[in-house]
Write a protein that binds this ligand. Structure first.
Ligand code: FES
Length: 106
């Protein structure tokens, strides 16, 4: 089952070409603004746990600040290791609220 939770307001979102970290129910979520489109993913790099929300956005890729692995911001897939991907969250904007989709354990 999935539910949407508020993580921010629209004014808090990162500007185009940047990423930002948000806290939500004990987890940190990375929101990326790539080419004017937002996407949300887990903040933990699957390489060694780097904070992806502090990374650099390059086109439709997010580059981890620790060792430079890069990820497709729409799919979460690693460029270096396509079998590895960051968990993605659904994201929607409802008025001024930014919501992400949290999957609950069944
Ligand atoms: S922790 Fe992200 S590239 Fe190493």
């Amino acid at each position: 089952m999935a539910e949407f939770r508020k993580i921010a307001t629209v004014a808090d979102l990162p500007p185009e070409g940047e990423a930002k970290e948000f806290e939500c129910e004990g987890r940190t979520v990375c929101v990326v603004n790539a080419n004017g489109k937002y996407s949300a993913m887990d903040n933990v790099c699957p390489h060694r746990g780097g904070p992806l929300g502090q990374g650099v956005v390059d086109g439709d890729k997010l580059i981890c600040p620790w060792h430079g692995w890069s990820f497709n911001v729409r799919t979460g897939e690693s460029v270096q290791r396509p079998s590895t991907a960051i968990p993605m969250y659904g994201l929607k904007i409802d008025g001024d609220d930014v919501l992400i989709e949290i999957k609950q354990k069944e």
